[in-house]
Design a protein around this ligand. Sequence first.
Ligand code: OAD
Length: 249
Amino acid sequence: MDSEVTALAARIAKAERLTILTGAGVSAASGVPTFRGQEGLWRQYRPEDLATPQAFARDPLLVWEWYACRRERLAACRPNAAHDVIAAWSQRSGCRVITQNVDDLHIRAGTRSLIRIHGSIWELSCWQSCAQGATPWRDETIRFESLPPRCPYCGGMARPAVVWFGESLRGENLRAALDATSCDLFLTVGTSAVVYPAAGLVHEAKRRGAFTAEINLEATPSSGDVDVAILAAAEDVLPRVASLMNAAE
Ligand code: OAD
């Protein structure tokens, strides 16, 4: 693995256009449960059971309870070494970061040019998509007085402003993410690479000529297609890559 880490450091150092795609594994060391890991279940529900418009229509209280629990847990979490390295690289011109994570830990670490393709758990929007409430607003309340919280514009139900299964990404985010696949190096970190369209971005980057790399604790459906796959924890590997780059400067 050492030679792969060294090779990745050399590639990142010389990449003029670096794009990083992150998933839940990047936040694991901060104490945020991954979706498909052992802690991914809430009560007996899988994310796919609750993170859908159908689930919200059927039982908005249940879905909001799940989000309220996750917001409470997240409020105690801090960015880890992986977020910090990505935030430092994001200061370089030509670096773009796409995240599937809704926890905003990249923002708290100071990441620039961040494309949050699945939205933010700290933002709400109107369930009925009323004229003003269709645009997400930020609300970091941990304990809402009552669930579900209300849309301040029309008084209807508010929903988490995240992308649920079966929903489309916001057009501007999809365009920005696709644009970011035109790069010299496309690095995916801590994603199981099974949820599309995010999982397709690395293939699009490769098609457009990028060198592709993956950092993950275990092999994913993309591992066989990328140029370098490093099987290790993001919070260990990224600081090693960064220090090799600093030493070579
Ligand atoms: P997953 O939970 O599917 O995958 C997390 C990945 O991170 C797994 O492949 C783990 O092996 C890896 N991993 C865990 N800890 C790690 C660490 N310390 N370092 C490196 N890798 C680690 O999460 P996502 O791929 O982000 O969508 O899931 C994609 C989407 O599915 C989410 O954005 C969410 C979810 O349902 C929506 O909510 C729409």
